[in-house]
Design a protein around this ligand. Sequence first.
Ligand code: NDP
Ligand code: MG
Ligand code: MG
Length: 332
Amino acid sequence: MAELFYDNDADLSIIQGRKVAVLGYGSQGHAHALSLRDSGVDVRVGLHEGSKSKVKAEEQGLRVVTPAEAAAEADVIMILVPDPIQAKVYEDSVKDHLKDGDALFFGHGFNIRFGFIKPPAGVDVCMVAPKGPGHLVRRQYEEGRGVPCIAAVEQDASGNAFKLALSYAKAIGGTRAGVIKTTFTEETETDLFGEQAVLCGGASALVKAGFETLVEAGYQPEIAYFECLHELKLIVDLMYEGGLEKMRWSVSETAEWGDYVTGPRIVTDATKAEMKKVLGEIQDGTFAANWMKEYEAGLPKYNEYKKADQDHLLETTGKKLRKLMSWVEADA
Ligand code: NDP
Ligand code: MG
Ligand code: MG
């Protein structure tokens, strides 16, 4: 079983005794910086020239400097810029300001796990990753609660790196909910696998294939949209609240029977064999290398895939139908 840590296991004064730089002020960055500050931590935000989030950070009372200035001032540097540019930000703005005894923090292990960032030996390398989007992390903190976090140490130069990570997690509310100990390798590989095979890749491919099957059989796209995409939220909400059991308790017996007999015909042994291949390509670095190559080439295939799905009948149908649903937030 996983090791869990709560408020009583974490000493807030450790992080209160450090100078923290949060690089980036997006989903995670804003939540970390504001909650660290409200927990009595000395924090500055590092943002690049022309950053769109700079005004917001300043309005919210934070001091904003360049990433290099932030790294120079601080002895704990949390990198919360997008993963594909972290290595460049590290090279340009962080590396030269790292001293023995400093700590480098991440919200996701990608760049450490695949060696795009190689910190010097005298520095602690830690991860504190909330298991939720930044806005929830911040809202929970403000309400006196927290979002569970996972924490890891890749390099323990000080001998106290995990205590420091727990202290950081406490300052953003994580230990109120519970912190699970992991490793950079486990976090990175499971995160990539989950988003590719199940959450984003798997779910969207399943929805599209179901929708196409109905439309190709002559059913109306609007009806197919409701059955294959819209209602998925109800099912996922039930799973989220009470696992497969609550979902099956809530749906009809007919739906439950269909679940048992048809589910395994859709996600077959062949699908699982492919999942294992996908996991292999994550573990051996193939996925990471290909993704960084695509990113550096200016995202040609990424944009092609994006465009193709934007024009898909599923999406154009959904756009029209969501206008009929006053409770659904308008498309961004
Ligand atoms: P976002 O895309 O929301 O935010 C990125 C921030 O970085 C923005 O404020 C952006 O500024 C800023 N930025 C861009 N380039 C630079 C630069 N060169 N120097 C300094 N700042 C820069 O990122 P996320 O919060 O989603 O992700 C941050 C990290 O957290 C990632 O490692 C991610 O994997 C991890 N994570 C994310 C979760 C999430 O829910 N989103 C959950 C758990 C972990 P601007 O836009 O103003 O130009
Ligand atoms: Mg991810
Ligand atoms: Mg139905």
